[in-house]
Design a protein around this ligand. Structure first.
Ligand code: ADP
Ligand code: MG
Length: 292
């Protein structure tokens, strides 16, 4: 199972459900290898109750299954769009209204994070949260009335071995610095951002950046992400009304985390092992941020 967390840092008043951290769990189907090895699915999602039910296959007869409750849960037969509409669309809508939001998937390597966040371009039903959010944003931009003008910008970075790299820069292996100032808070100095005018343009920016990502294969996954990546979309809206011009800015962070790993399962050694140590270090820092 992997969990998608949608955080709206602030939300429009009245939109209570968007206001805080939401935790959503998606259970993926067993892989062919898991079936071949004789495994059975012991994690089930009760979508109407929002609970995950886990049975202990080695437990005594009559041992009751454990159940855990989340904001939403999705079973193995869940389609990408259905998950998007419930788990991500409210956060993306908040960004269009000038609030900041972050969506990320957390879980062990092979749990289905990239499948959920990115998916596959074709057929369209396999597109994940990231391409669905592109479509959502530009649909809203197209619907805007003549008094509202949008400016959409995108940037893309990865954190590899604790170093920040600009995936859209001429030299993506250069290390960038994290800075902080009173006006804009924490930011990455000299990070490239591109103005994008359509789903196609933003998708091209994403594809260009993806080519520069650090990946490597482990036993659990052919092209596992060895870095955390953040695709950021900044939506600026300028609204003209009788009282003057109002500008609001929202920022959407779409994160593909590298997997939390158990070395025994991934068979990592050498460089892969060193990467895994750094991945686990930053995931535990993330855990501290969420607790705080
Ligand atoms: P992660 O990014 O967490 O390491 P992936 O997203 O790469 O894992 O998923 C591992 C494998 O499982 C991939 O081949 C992927 O296509 C498949 N998979 C993951 N989630 C699902 C799902 N919900 N339905 C079908 N296949 C899935
Ligand atoms: Mg992945």
């Amino acid at each position: 199972a992997n969990s998608v967390r949608a955080m709206a840092e602030a939300a429009p008043s009245g939109a209570k459900s968007d206001e805080c951290v939401q935790v959503v769990v998606r259970v993926r189907p067993l892989s062919r290898k898991e079936k071949q090895d004789g495994h059975e699915a012991n994690t089930k999602a009760d979508e109407s109750r929002g609970t995950i039910i886990v049975e202990n296959p080695k437990g005594d007869d009559g041992e009751p299954p454990k159940s855990f409750t989340f904001d939403f849960v999705f079973g193995a037969d869940t389609q990408q769009k259905g998950l998007y509409d419930k788990a991500a669309a409210p956060a993306v809508q908040a960004v269009l209204n000038g609030f900041n939001a972050t969506v990320f998937a957390y879980g062990q390597t092979g749990a289905g994070k990239s499948h959920t966040m990115e998916g596959y371009p074709d057929p369209p039903e396999l597109r994940g949260i990231i391409p669905n959010s592109f479509a959502h944003i530009f649909e809203e931009v197209a619907k805007a009335d003549e008094n509202t003008q949008y400016l959409v910008r995108a940037s893309y970075l990865e954190i590899y071995n604790e170093e920040i790299r600009d995936l859209l820069a001429k030299d993506p292996k250069n290390r960038l610095d994290l800075k902080e100032n009173v006006d804009s808070g924490v930011y990455v100095k000299d990070l490239t951002s591109f103005v994008v005018k359509s789903t196609h343009e933003i998708d091209q920016v994403m594809q260009a950046g993806k080519k520069n990502r650090s990946v490597g294969s482990t036993l659990m996954n052919q092209t596992s992400s060895r870095s955390h990546s953040i695709f950021t979309i900044i939506v600026e809206a300028c609204v003209v009304s009788a009282t003057g011009e109002h500008i609001h800015v929202g920022k959407l962070n779409l994160v593909d985390l590298a997997g939390s790993e158990r070395q025994s399962k991934t068979g990592a050694t050498g460089d892969r092992l060193k990467e895994a140590t750094k991945i686990n270090l930053s995931l535990s820092a993330l855990g501290n941020v969420i607790s705080a």
